[in-house]
Design a binder for this molecule. Sequence first.
Ligand code: SAH
Ligand code: DHB
Ligand code: MG
Length: 211
Amino acid sequence: MADGVGDYIVGLFAREDDLLLALREEADRSGLPPIAISPDAGRLLQLLIAAIGARRILEVGTLGGYSAIWMARALPPDGRLLTLEREPAHAAFARRFLQRAGLDDRVTVRVGAALELLPALDGEAFDLVFLDADKAPLPTYLEWALRLLRPGGIVVADNALRGGRVLDAAATDPDTEGVREFNRRLAADPRLTSILVPTHDGVAIGVLGVR
Ligand code: SAH
Ligand code: DHB
Ligand code: MG
């Protein structure tokens, strides 16, 4: 939502502080792709974390740590965020900024491909799982999220609109198909209360039923 409404919402509810601004500037200079979540998505994640008193968060797709910093700032001091990242250079950048943010005690960056790291987490229980890595395997990431979430936990996915490509029947690339199938499953799963919120690029949210 790069428009007047989006700017109004971000200006009121989701202002970035100097550290988040510096992170994005340095990420640009370092050649990291400019694909961190939007500030309104960061604020929405904080709201969800606060609403359910989340203490254990799993993120898939760290990049430079921008979304991890938004989320970790909403955690209590004993809260923990584990974030998975395939690219060692992205992980190193993120670790540096998490330290600058004073959040390195709360956040662990684990390097590897998500589908190789997720099996080691089997048996753990997370309050919130944020999916923001590659899009083609999103249906599989959803299965993992539902396996790793506690009842009442929340799964969130960024880029749920893919710049509008999910609406375009001619867009059949594996990434768009992955997002579409994820959205269909999220919407239809009887265990979930779900919605797609039209932030900047769409944030899909599902709450796992307690029953
Ligand atoms: N959540 C970040 C943005 C993530 S961009 C933020 O908002 O700040 C997507 C990231 O996922 C990239 O850093 C990319 O290297 C990583 N990624 C892509 N495929 C992956 C995979 N299969 N396993 C782990 N990380 C992956
Ligand atoms: C892209 C954007 C994202 O926000 C993301 O998480 C992954 C990929 C992209 O535009 O390619
Ligand atoms: Mg994203």
